[in-house]
Ligand binder design. Sequence first.
Ligand code: SF4
Length: 347
Amino acid sequence: MSLKHNLVIQTAFLGDLILSIPTLKRIREIYPEDKLIVVCKNGLGDFLLKQKIVDQVIEVEKSSSQSYSSAANQLNQLKIRNIYCLHRSVRSQLFSAKISAQKKIGFSSLLGFWVFDDVIDFVPENPEVIRQFKILESTDEKTYLEFKDADFHFLNTPDHNGHLPAVPEYFSFHHSVNKHISAHKRIAIFPGSVWATKRWTQVGFTQLAEMFLKQNYQVDLLGGPAEGDLCRDIASQAVGARVLAGTLSIAESIEKLSEYDLVISNDSASTHMAAYNNIPVVSIFGPTTVAMGFRPWSNNSYIVEEKDLECRPCGKHGHNICPLGHHNCMKQISSSQVYQTAAKILG
Ligand code: SF4
């Protein structure tokens, strides 16, 4: 029991987990001798092990209290230095309460004041990476100084070309990939999203794929198994596009992205995978806005959005059906608008 562990609880979606990587990497730097464990949602943790970002992953089934109890039992066999509870749900906070640790740190809430030894202010105006990273300020003086008097709100505002401001080096992914060189430029398109209203139109993605194919680009359509039909429908119109959706694990998809010159996606996990690999990314935002904090976290990130629609944003995640019935936040974005932004990046 002499070896110490640090535990991070992050049971949100894949995109949020990717945005936790700078925080995880900093914990490793602060405590190089300790083991780092992440508790995450079922099926999401493998890439963190493959990328050697953490030492151990414990996955929980979010609808199962038994799954949480068994994770807590497992963790209570270990000597835990710090628990960092990045996820702000009541369930994650109660889960933190069940685990023994020298110190527990989480974000401020009524329950948080009861569960945690250190309670950190959650700053909604900051980008998500910075919001999460702030949890380290009470255990890491260097991080505390980075935050002192700093204002990060500007990072959520794209310029007139949709280009987002550069990411501060201290909070970056600190990750580089060996770029594959190929004769043809390669475009990866992820047309899917868990939330239906966050998907740009199928017609838009099809026309975009056709535009790239005409210019002799290789176009691959990627995503999870649930997005296979959508990708096959697009490929049936955009003849020459390859369908890779459903053929790769999360870890394999992240690795695969190093082969591309550009990624085009909705505001979804794929946009964060591209940014993690530092592959230029065009992210199409509909019912959500960049101001909500979930921007792609790289210096080569571009946003396409319908800025003048008053109903945006209409929800934290988007919905499965547009509350107003028209879905204009996506329908009003044309394929030539997305193509022009992509063309600027590809030169
Ligand atoms: S209400 Fe507006 S922002 Fe929300 S899905 Fe409909 S069109 Fe998009």
